[in-house]
Write a protein that binds this ligand. Sequence first.
Ligand code: CMP
Length: 139
Amino acid sequence: STERTLVLLKPDAVQRSLRGEIIRRIEAKGYDIVALSQRTATKEELAAHYAEHEGKPFYDPLVTYMAGGPIVALVAEGENVIKGFRSLAGGTNPTEAAPGTIRGDLGREWDAPVIQNLVHGSDSVESADREIGIWFPNL
Ligand code: CMP
């Protein structure tokens, strides 16, 4: 069925001027972008977004990374887009992510305390609803 998913272009994607390349792949796949905004995430937004990771060893570095520069938040819509965007994004670790994916083609590991992997995509309908509410409360 038609779904919406929350995508974040993380600070490394914006810093490396990969916005266009990543958005091109989303559009070329046939998904529609129904909302889009660039801003610097607040600690409150990030605490809400990453609540499930609180207490993990990479939580503080993750929040510091995500607050370290502007991000682009967008909502993509389409048939099975939640699974489809995660397929486009590739695996969490960009060294291991398959070629052809956003992370596999554009990412690699850097000497950083957290894995920097260019994009986030919601992992379920429940997560998408919750995350869209955090980043686009008026949608
Ligand atoms: P993502 O899967 O979008 O959301 C959680 C993020 O935490 C993940 O991307 C990485 O940026 C980071 N992350 C997840 N697991 C690890 C890990 N084992 N070590 C370092 N960073 C991680």
